[in-house]
Design a protein around this ligand. Structure first.
Ligand SMILES: *Cc1c(COP(=O)(O)O)cnc(C)c1O
Length: 388
């Protein structure tokens, strides 16, 4: 039997034709497809502006830069995320710190955040930016986090790499109702894909312009933004600050436009698969992903916990046994603060007990639109055998 991956992209014939057609056109970068993809993302999410990137990682970096994060500043995020959620702070030369997760949602815990803010305020070390991760596709508690942001004066970047297609109090994630900037990833395991790619949404023209400049080397072609001018010289562009090339190609944007059209279907499938898991796993000694009644997850992941306490070796045993059976379960995530790079920065095991407990009990089951019911039954049968 072929292995069952934990996630898998969905590419159809129309995607292939579209990419090929775009490759044959005159412009294969910096053309109309990127602009159209951006408009479609804004329309879907309900944001004023959107900007494509070559990855969500670059988008996070650009977002931090646009919010003027730099040396001496602090960026906070939660440790149960992909490393990029924290690395963007390091790219800017800022300090990174973590906030423990909520035991039920695995998102940043607003109570822990508030506790840490009170302390940081006392020490004069308040964060400039908090990166809020919508883990597995379920929104974090944005209302409370926004109240704290207004009180303590920090800015919010939503890392919605998991959450395209999710909602929070009926708003689509990406509307930036409670944040300055929201980031999406189009890596193949995410809701939709462009191979590699990402995008930001924002309602601030000021931030949009800063990020546009940053992703284009720091080059502007707008004469109003030129810093020097000599009527007798040819100045058709000017480098006004240091940026990068973080652009998405036209054929990727064309693929993204197609994928976005199918996104609702993808999400419906993912939600259905999650419901089936909920039914099939009922009665097993595992903790299922709890859902907040006012948010609808995009179910990028279906993370279960094999228990709550410490049970050395059990998680690894189940992980390995399932993989032997061709079920590519995964672990999301090793806490960022336990990665060697961060341990070298001074972070220690034991500092974020809920994140660490989750890490030592968690397992992500396969979830992707084409996952068949029969495969799900097989996955649950094997898990049942291993657990009981
Ligand atoms: C995938 C992911 C990223 C990085 O996305 P890329 O597009 O691969 O750079 C960042 N944060 C989270 C939470 C992710 O899951």
């Amino acid at each position: 039997m072929k292995a069952i991956p934990y996630s898998r992209q969905n590419i159809n014939v129309l995607d292939l034709v579209t990419v090929m057609k775009t490759l044959k056109s005159n412009l294969i970068t910096q053309g109309k497809k990127n602009q159209l993809f951006e408009r479609r993302i804004s329309t879907f999410t309900g944001s004023k502006y959107s900007l494509t990137f070559n990855s969500a990682t670059s988008a996070l970096f650009a977002a931090c830069k646009a919010l003027d994060l730099g040396p001496g500043d602090w960026l906070w995020t939660s440790s149960i995320s992909f490393v990029a959620s924290a690395n963007c702070g390091l790219y800017c030369g800022a300090n990174v710190d973590f906030v423990d997760i909520d035991q039920k949602t695995y998102n940043i815990c607003p109570n822990e955040l508030e506790k840490k803010l009170i302390q940081a305020n006392f020490l004069g070390k308040l964060p400039k930016v908090v990166v809020v991760v919508h883990f597995a596709g379920q929104s974090a508690d944005m209302r409370r986090i926004k109240l704290l942001a207004d009180f303590y004066g920090f800015r919010i970047i939503e890392d919605a790499s998991h959450a395209l297609g999710a909602t929070y109090y009926k708003n689509n994630i990406g509307s930036c109702t409670y944040s300055d900037i929201c980031i999406f990833s189009f890596h193949p395991v995410k809701t939709i894909t462009t191979g590699e790619g990402g995008a930001i949404t924002t309602n601030s023209l000021y931030l949009l312009n800063k990020m546009t400049l940053f992703k284009n080397h720091g080059i502007t072609r707008n004469p109003d933004e030129f810093l020097v001018r000599d009527q007798n010289e040819i100045w058709n562009y000017q480098l006004v600050e240091l940026g990068f090339n973080f652009r998405m190609t036209e054929f990727q944007a064309a693929l993204g436009i197609n994928q976005l059209k199918r996104m609702k279907k993808f999400i419906q499938r993912r939600r259905k698969i999650a419901q089936r898991y909920n039914k099939l796993l009922r009665g097993l000694p595992v903790i299922l992903p709890w859902q907040h009644p006012d948010s609808e997850s995009s179910f990028h992941l279906y993370p279960i916990q094999l228990g709550t306490g410490e049970s050395p070796g059990r998680q690894k045993y189940i992980y390995e046994q399932m993989r032997k059976k061709g079920i590519e379960v995964n672990l999301h995530y090793i806490p960022i603060h336990l990665q060697p790079l961060y341990v070298n920065l001074g972070f220690k095991d034991g500092s974020y007990p809920k994140s660490e407990a989750y890490f030592r009990n968690a397992l992500s089951l396969p979830i992707y639109p084409a996952l068949r019911f029969s495969k799900q039954r097989y996955i649950c049968k094997i898990l049942d055998k291993l657990l009981t």
